[in-house]
Ligand binder design. Sequence first.
Ligand SMILES: Nc1ncnc2c1ncn2[C@@H]1O[C@H](COP(=O)(O)OP(=O)(O)O)[C@@H](O)[C@H]1O
Ligand SMILES: [Mg+2]
Length: 255
Amino acid sequence: MTSVTSGTDTNGKRDTMSGNENDSIYRLDSVTKVYGSGATAVTALEGVDLGIASGELVAIVGSSGSGKSTLLQLLGGLDRPSAGRLALGGLELGRAGDADLAAIRLRTIGFVFQQFNLIPTLTAGENVEVAAAPLGFDGATLRDRAAAMLDRVGLAGRAGHLPSELSGGEQQRVAIARALVNEPEVLLADEPTGNLDSATGEQILGLLRELWRESGMTIVLVTHDPAIAADSPRVIRLADGRIAGEDREPLAGVG
Ligand SMILES: Nc1ncnc2c1ncn2[C@@H]1O[C@H](COP(=O)(O)OP(=O)(O)O)[C@@H](O)[C@H]1O
Ligand SMILES: [Mg+2]
């Protein structure tokens, strides 16, 4: 699972751009992000070096303002570094054009946000279909794909409901279905349990772990919840825009 789709293929196929299983899917070298300029400039990330292997589940933790969301936006091609190199598979995102970044966001990356970000006037099924529609499926195929994903996240039979008719946990499940409907290689989740009570948050985390285990996708999860972090195989701590430390789960059977 180390292929990264190139931005030029419009037929829904995946181009393999990198080789063996142990490859980094992400490689960051001295990544810096500065918002604004002059006296009001804010350095959100500074000199971040990081490799993420294909198939890893990584939690990013740190206090508010430490740069977690900025890092996730860079990983997702929503923004570009101000300095340094950030490669996804073989593609240097800092130098990629807008069309390539849009293609990466469409095919290679799924996003889940704290606020769910569903379109309130569309049903759950339509919210998922919207994410797959740019790939050019006909209406029946779109509906089938959306229904299958909603089924997978435990929302079979709810495709016709509006977000306002769903609980917070159910809305986040719709958002997860939307993020995964194009079978991305990377799922980026920014505080996905931040708007949920702790029991519901646990269920959402459990669902993400299950999807991670069965799919082989890479997940990068931003959280300020220490319990979530403690449960993650790899935890990266950010402070003031820098990597302040890292914990890895001991190998299975050890400790
Ligand atoms: N669009 C922006 N313009 C200016 N400053 C920003 C912007 N986004 C984030 N920041 C600043 O960058 C820093 C890191 O923010 P962020 O990445 O959102 O942190 P976190 O997600 O850890 O709370 C903060 O000081 C924040 O105020
Ligand atoms: Mg944030």
